[in-house]
Design a protein around this ligand. Structure first.
Ligand SMILES: C[S@@+](CC[C@H](N)C(=O)[O-])C[C@H]1O[C@@H](n2cnc3c(N)ncnc32)[C@H](O)[C@@H]1O
Length: 353
């Protein structure tokens, strides 16, 4: 049973908000231009600047600078007083807040053009944005090694930003029962595995992921000189016939299950269960949208679901905790603990057979 949202705003406010939606893509580009052309940086450094000085400083015409600044007024990123422009707190966030930068670059470089194909993606259950704007891969995960440098950087910066913050915080949760062997499913570029290996001298970690991602993981592991502690097994986990290596103390899935449809999640979890014994634990770390403390987090996660629809695979999403727990139970596992408020937006579900 879920309850979220209300309809309490005035009709006037509703129509105002509707215009923000109507012009969102073009205003997004204006915000990004104000950032990328250095207009916001200039206004961060200098308080109260005339248009002529801004234009000459960023080497744009007075016209170009003016249309961007006027969009910035409506976006509440800048304000003007007696012809002099000042940055606002929102302008500062767009220019200097890492969370906002990572989200904006991900929106622009991975999603922006693909979002044009959202309706087709919803109708077909295929990632039409990926197919039309990047190439005919089945999922974005297979495409990652082939994307341009800029696109790859934006994807990984987005992916790592959220999990990196949480990895710092969760080592005591992961090592609570002194695990000796950890299986990191969807371990990506090895960040979690490396963190564990550095945190505890006795632990062995095995990463399962697609070959492209594991190439990067191996490089990172080699750089840290801990090849003896971390093993990488390339595998397509959607090939459900493939068994997972058995009897790990912990199976770890971070930001992994949201990459799959409900049916796929049940199959992945059944495979994980088959690799567990009565002592093993499955730890699932997810950004469950109903478990967020901040309105901005919920808004972001609902938007990220559309990335899954359009770009990632056409069939997954950021899950509501009730939906995820039902899938875990359908796979024959039990959630024995829910640990909330990890990092910016994570929840850990501790599961056993
Ligand atoms: C969103 S990333 C999360 C990475 C990491 N666990 C973290 O928390 O930052 C999902 C990972 O799942 C992997 N993945 C997705 N589909 C896969 C598949 N079919 N087989 C193997 N790995 C897959 C991706 O390559 C990626 O590394």
């Amino acid at each position: 049973m879920r309850t979220y949202g209300n309809d309490k705003k005035s009709a006037y406010k509703a129509i105002t908000d509707a215009q923000k939606i109507a012009f969102a893509p073009i205003m997004f580009q204006a915000a990004k231009a104000l950032r990328d052309f250095g207009i916001l940086s200039l206004l961060e450094q200098k308080k109260g600047v005339l248009i002529e000085e801004i234009a000459s400083n960023v080497k744009l015409s007075k016209y170009g600078t003016l249309v961007l600044l006027e969009a910035g007024l409506s976006l509440e990123m800048v304000r003007v007083e007696n012809d002099k422009y000042f940055i606002t707190k929102t302008g500062w966030a767009v220019n200097s807040n890492e969370l906002t930068k990572v989200n904006m670059d991900f929106t622009n470089d991975i999603n922006y053009k693909g979002a044009f194909h959202l309706q087709e993606a919803v109708q077909t259950g295929k990632p039409s944005g990926l197919h039309n704007e990047f190439g005919k891969w089945k999922t974005v995960y297979e495409a990652l090694p082939e994307l341009s440098k800029k696109n790859r950087e934006s994807w990984f910066a987005f992916d790592h930003f959220y999990s990196d913050g949480s990895f710092r915080q969760i080592m005591s949760i992961v090592f609570k029962n002194n695990p000796k062997k950890i299986l990191d499913i969807g371990g990506n570029t090895g960040k979690f595995a490396i963190k564990c290996a550095k945190y505890n001298n006795d632990v062995e970690i095995t990463i399962l992921d697609l070959p492209g991602q594991l190439k990067d993981a191996k490089k990172n592991i080699k750089k840290e000189k801990i090849e003896n502690k971390i093993k990488c097994i390339p595998i397509n986990l959607l090939d459900f016939q493939k068994k997972y290596p058995k009897y790990y103390d912990i199976i770890w899935m971070s930001q992994f299950l949201d990459c799959f449809s409900e049916i796929e999640i049940i199959k992945l979890l059944k495979n994980a269960k088959n690799a567990m014994n009565n002592n093993s634990e499955l730890l699932i770390m997810e950004t469950l949208w109903d478990k967020q403390k901040h309105q901005a987090s919920i808004y972001s996660l609902h938007a990220v679901s559309l990335y899954f629809t359009c770009i990632a695979n056409g069939n997954s999403r950021m899950y509501h905790s009730e939906d995820m727990i039902k899938l875990i139970e359908k796979a024959g596992l039990n959630v024995i603990e829910i640990i909330e408020n990890i990092g910016i937006s994570h929840t850990i579900l501790r599961c056993k057979i």
